[in-house]
Design a protein around this ligand. Structure first.
Ligand code: CP
Ligand code: NVA
Length: 304
């Protein structure tokens, strides 16, 4: 039976750790060309722009010996030019894997349901599992292990937070969320992550106070206040997220060796100040690099 990567709640903690173990080995062989995906084609169906996700998948597939096909909104136009069902069925006759970046999570679920080949979620409104895998890999690289760590996420309870929270709960990292009223993470996703956290002896806490969330934290994470597709809410969001900026005052409360993480793209002066994201605690480009290694590990697991 084919396996997809739509959300990390479909993967066990052991599977997540095994993926990042594999990503670590691939990182050691950086630049080495392999032939695991020889003769295989991966379609990238992207409804939204991308730097990291698109480039790391294209390079990753190339380095594993496969071929990549980028299909932007002009080509496929999922659900508009033709139904998601027809796209899933048609692409399955040509390619060995579909990597899709969509607006509505329903589209990624539908693609996975109807495609006869593995589907990888390259970001939707609810999840960004590839980012979370690279983040967990980065955390282990920097911290040595997950045991006893606390991650403070400051900002919007969005796709990046959902996947990160699930991944942390699966590997035993405590999570503290602080965001303004009206921007909490999805209730069901939180409950599910809390169940995993309980099994793995860690905690998920939601609050409004960024200082409290950051107190003693080993990791501070932030993401944009306005995600792709929310551009119309920009002015309102910037106003409501004021007070949730990661800056030098906020990080004073963190552990002295804390790391700063951000999935990028970032907006200096909004969710984070330049001195923090460009400062000595920041690991944002390690995260970006690890997208390549983590996704190669996923491709090997699902395709090779
Ligand atoms: N972090 C991330 O997914 O970046 P892109 O939107 O550039 O792919
Ligand atoms: N939350 C952001 C992440 C971008 C990688 C968005 O969805 O636009």
């Amino acid at each position: 039976m084919k396996r997809d990567l739509i959300k990390l709640s479909d993967y066990s903690g052991a599977e997540i750790v095994s993926l990042i173990d594999s990503a670590g080995l691939l990182k050691k062989q950086k630049g080495k060309l392999r032939a695991d995906l020889k003769g295989k084609t991966v379609a990238l169906v992207f409804q939204k722009p991308s730097n990291r996700t698109r480039v790391s998948f294209e390079v990753g597939v190339y380095e594993l010996g496969g071929h990549c096909l980028y299909l932007g909104p002009e080509e496929i136009n999922l659900g508009k030019r033709e139904s998601t069902y027809d796209v899933a069925k048609t692409l399955s006759r040509y390619v060995h894997c579909i990597v899709a970046r969509v607006f509505d999570s329903k589209d990624i679920f539908e693609l996975a349901q109807h495609a006869d080949v593995p589907v990888i979620n390259a970001l939707c409104d609810l999840y960004h599992p590839c980012q979370a895998l690279a983040d967990i890999q980065t955390i282990r690289e920097k911290m040595g292990s997950f045991k006893g760590l606390t991650l403070a996420y400051v900002g919007d309870g969005n796709n990046v937070f959902h996947s990160l929270m699930i991944a942390c709960a699966k590997v035993g990292i405590n999570v503290r969320f602080a965001g303004p009223k009206g921007y909490d993470p999805n209730y069901e996703i939180v409950q599910d992550a809390k169940d995993s956290a309980k099994k793995n002896r860690c905690t998920i806490e939601l609050g409004r106070n960024p200082q409290q969330a950051v107190k003693g934290a080993d990791i501070i994470y932030s993401d944009v206040w306005v995600s792709m597709g929310q551009e119309k809410e920009k002015a309102k969001r910037i106003k409501e997220f004021k007070g949730y900026q990661v800056n030098k005052d906020l990080v004073k409360a963190a552990h002295k060796d804390y790391i700063f993480m951000h999935c990028l793209p970032a907006h200096r002066g909004l969710e984070v100040t330049a001195d923090i994201i460009d400062g000595e605690h920041s690991v944002v480009f390690d995260q970006a690099e690890n997208r390549l290694h983590a996704q190669k590990a996923v491709l090997l697991k699902l395709l090779a």
